[in-house]
Design a protein around this ligand. Structure first.
Ligand code: SF4
Length: 510
């Protein structure tokens, strides 16, 4: 669901940027003074144009929602919070967290967030470090940062009062797009405005047999029109949540539960499946000649039908809809990461972490000292570069041979296939990094997990601990990943702790 919602958001951004002139420049006439041509109306099968049907969809969906909706903390808050700004804030936080993340994961984060910062004012007073710490593990960290920036803006520039319409929310709050603005306004203020996220895209495309690329601006525009036409005027927030809930629990991507669907009698994808099945049986019985594709609007002529190159596939049933252009493959990246470890005061291990820059990927988060690598480097070269990097950082020579190879850890960010080449370096004393390069600190394992560190860094530490467990003969960690080479070239004998002298060796005369 979260990825679909993100895809919708991306599509919506494009949608705003590439509208047809007739839509984006309302009332404007083309050069020469001729009136702007009215946008072509799509064929009826892709629309909700019958008032009685719209009423029936609203009624059926809301009745189902009242009976079947999941109990979620943000819904409880939105229903019980009398203060309109606090209510809008509660919905806003949930919508931002849900943009890229599954409901089940968000619940715990949401509860902790609202407990810590129950109001906009409380959030505005928090530090980015605190925000990142609470957000750690939720991914897409810029969301938390932007949420806090926007809260500060509401407090400092809008006297603590949330904008009261979807239009103003989108215009005035950084990080609030059309979807989030519509969700806040409909759920918190009762504004009759629709929403389009990944779940809504799927449900509407199936209800109206829309098979053109569902991330294209033309289709997204149509879906917004449809969502705005459908939204219930007296219960817009519940209607929008019902539509999204239907997509999340019934009209799911791979195996929709059509028999349980409250709007199945209005679903054209389902009707088409039934029709195709009927035709197939008649053909088998020889009572019906092969027929052309009766449900599409015309070969290649309709902007909302599946493209002629990808016709209806009977094996897919209703999941013929929606369709998306092939996803761009994430780019590959490699980074060397070094876990510097020492014995703490009570004998427990401590790790050195450094803070990332305040902008860009994983802004402001903490990580093990890391260095981006060019693709295709030999292991030996990677080790040398990392040693040089640490040397530049500490201002002292570092022996490349002292770095112990742990293995590779893979983490997929939305657009990056990231491989961390992990090394460890036990040291027996303090290491001071140049404070000008990055803030750094030593942390225990517990402090590490409570810090603003990414999931990728947690995986890196786990790989090191696994290697240590293997080297100590612990049976718990015997499953070694293929490709990981603990104790590879340059590693020290098992359990050896390097002294600082070994780590920072004196350069030999040339
Ligand atoms: Fe989705 Fe099936 Fe309902 Fe149609 S009938 S909206 S495909 S669940």
């Amino acid at each position: 669901m979260s990825q679909l919602r993100a895809a919708a958001a991306r599509g919506l951004q494009r949608s705003r940027a590439v509208r047809s002139p007739g839509r984006s420049r309302k009332g404007a006439a083309p050069r020469g003074g001729d009136p702007a041509p009215a946008p072509a109306q799509p064929p009826a099968q892709h629309l909700f144009s019958d008032a009685a049907e719209i009423e029936a969809v609203r009624r059926n969906l809301l009745t189902w929602y009242d009976k079947c909706k999941r109990d979620l903390p943000w819904r409880t808050l939105a229903a019980s919070e009398p203060d309109v700004d606090r209510r809008a804030y509660a919905v806003w936080v949930s919508e931002i967290m849900l943009q890229q993340t599954q409901v089940a994961t968000v619940i715990d984060y949401y509860n902790r967030w609202m407990q810590k910062w129950p109001t906009l004012q409380a959030l505005a007073e928090a530090s980015l470090e605190e925000v990142n710490e609470l957000w750690a593990g939720l991914g897409y960290y810029s969301r938390g940062k932007r949420l806090q920036e926007a809260a500060r803006k509401v407090v400092s520039e809008l006297a603590g009062r949330m904008p009261r319409t979807a239009e103003d929310l989108q215009k005035l709050l950084p990080g609030v797009g059309r979807y989030t603005a519509g969700a806040i306004a409909s759920i918190s203020y009762g504004q009759a405005t629709g929403v389009v996220d990944g779940n809504v895209i799927r449900v509407l495309c199936r209800l109206r047999c829309i098979g053109a690329d569902s991330s294209s601006p033309a289709v997204i525009d149509r879906l917004w029109d449809m969502a705005n036409a459908l939204v219930d005027r007296s219960r817009p927030g519940d209607f929008n949540q019902a539509l999204m809930e239907l997509g999340a629990t019934v009209c799911v991507p791979k195996a929709p539960l059509c028999e349980e669907c409250p709007v199945k009698q209005h679903c054209r994808a389902r009707r088409r499946v039934e029709k195709e099945l009927g035709l197939a049986s008649r053909r088998l019985l020889g009572t019906c000649p092969p027929v052309p594709d009766v449900e599409d609007c015309g070969v290649g002529g309709c902007p909302l039908c599946p493209p002629a190159t990808e016709p209806w596939d009977s094996s897919l049933g209703v999941t013929n809809f929606p369709r998306k252009a092939a996803k761009k493959q994430p780019r590959a990246a490699r980074t060397a990461a070094c876990v510097l470890e020492r014995r703490g005061r009570r004998g427990a291990p401590e790790y050195l972490i450094v803070q990332r820059p305040s902008s860009g990927l994983l802004a402001g988060l903490w990580e093990f000292p890391s260095l981006p690598l060019a693709l295709g480097l030999q292991e030996e070269k990677q080790r040398e570069l990392l040693a040089d990097h640490l040397q530049a950082w500490t201002g002292r020579p570092v022996a490349a041979g002292g770095l112990r190879y742990v293995g590779e850890v893979i983490h997929i960010f939305s657009h990056i296939h990231q491989t961390y080449v992990v090394y460890s370096l036990p040291v027996d004393g303090d290491v001071t990094l140049d404070p000008v390069s990055s803030p750094s600190r030593w942390v225990t394992e517990e402090e590490f997990h409570a810090s603003a560190v990414s999931t990728a860094m947690k995986k890196v530490l786990k790989a090191c601990e696994k290697q240590r467990g293997e080297q100590n003969g612990s049976g718990k960690v015997s499953k070694r990943k293929r490709g990981a080479k603990p104790g590879g070239a340059g590693s020290r004998p098992t359990g050896t702790q390097l002294s600082l002298h070994a780590f920072f060796r004196t350069p030999s005369p040339q």
